[in-house]
Design a protein around this ligand. Structure first.
Ligand SMILES: NC(=O)c1ccc[n+]([C@@H]2O[C@H](COP(=O)([O-])OP(=O)(O)OC[C@H]3O[C@@H](n4cnc5c(N)ncnc54)[C@H](OP(=O)(O)O)[C@@H]3O)[C@@H](O)[C@H]2O)c1
Length: 242
């Protein structure tokens, strides 16, 4: 079951799963793009029908009904992927109160709410896999991503803590930390080094889901890059623009 697979890395991940013949169910906020995505996945090998249900990350009151629909269609899902999320440049988030509140809610508080709802279901049936897209932006406090990075830092922290506790109970939590990926979210931004395509990320994500890898950087070079950046003293972080 995938939430946020109508575009970007979620769509690329769903396509890899479809090509392997996995049964899929899609959650999203737009009925027309959900229907289009479902047909696309059927053509690519997912058993028909690929079901869909409405779910808006900004409306947590609807999460349980969406998960009920996925459970009914799949006979109890065993894997859940959350790639829905928001991004906006920091200047916009500083200037626009509504955009800032929406991003902090979507990328942290409501993402956690959705994960809690999934987690309760998976633990009740003996476990499964919860795969969530966070970001390298959450690995270190940095000037250009104070707000988006804070939301993703909180999300990564939550996922790590849950993974420590839940793995022994059969629930594997996979945290995906992409660097810059060419999707609609980054359209118009200058790509930094190591920018990659959603398909590159999707292959790594599906392998991580299979293996239950707790943290997957995409591309993999970001593990070393962020490992180094985490070690830099504050005095250095204050001087650099990164
Ligand atoms: N792209 C990057 O460089 C990058 C880097 C690090 C981390 N990430 C993270 O990776 C994840 C996927 O990013 P992406 O680049 O693939 O993004 P994307 O191409 O913009 O796709 C985002 C997806 O989220 C859905 N979505 C957005 N707001 C929603 C809402 N309120 N309710 C339901 N669905 C909603 C969109 O659905 P609609 O089609 O309905 O809009 C779309 O399917 C995000 O969590 C992002 O923060 C991205």
């Amino acid at each position: 079951m995938l939430f946020g697979a109508t575009r970007g890395m979620g769509r690329a991940t769903a396509r890899v799963l479809a090509a392997r013949g996995e049964r899929l169910f899609l959650l999203g906020r737009d009925a027309a793009s959900l229907a289009r995505s479902a047909r696309d996945l059927e053509v690519r090998g997912a058993p028909a029908p690929v079901g869909t249900a409405p779910c808006d990350l900004l409306e947590p009151a609807g999460f349980e009904a969406a998960l009920d629909a996925a459970d009914r269609a799949l006979g109890g899902f065993d894997t859940a992927v959350l790639s829905a999320g928001l991004f906006a440049p920091q200047e916009k988030l500083e200037a626009d109160d509504d955009a800032r509140r929406d991003l902090l809610a979507a990328d942290f508080a409501h993402s956690v709410e959705w994960c809690e709802a999934v987690r309760r279901r998976l633990l009740a049936r003996g476990g499964g896999t919860l795969c969530v897209f966070s970001s390298v932006a959450g690995d270190r406090g940095r000037k250009p991503v104070a707000l988006y990075g804070a939301a993703k830092a909180g999300l990564s922290h939550y996922l790590e803590s849950r993974d420590h506790a839940d793995r022994a109970r059969g629930l594997r939590i996979v945290t995906v930390k992409p660097g810059f990926v060419h999707t609609g979210m980054t359209a118009g931004l200058d790509p930094p080094p190591f920018a990659c395509e959603p398909e590159d990320v999707a292959r790594r994500v599906v392998r991580a889901i299979e293996r239950g890898t707790p943290v997957v950087y995409a591309p993999g070079i970001w593990r070393a890059v962020m490992g180094t950046i985490r070690l830099l003293p504050r005095a250095v972080m204050r001087r650099v623009q990164f």
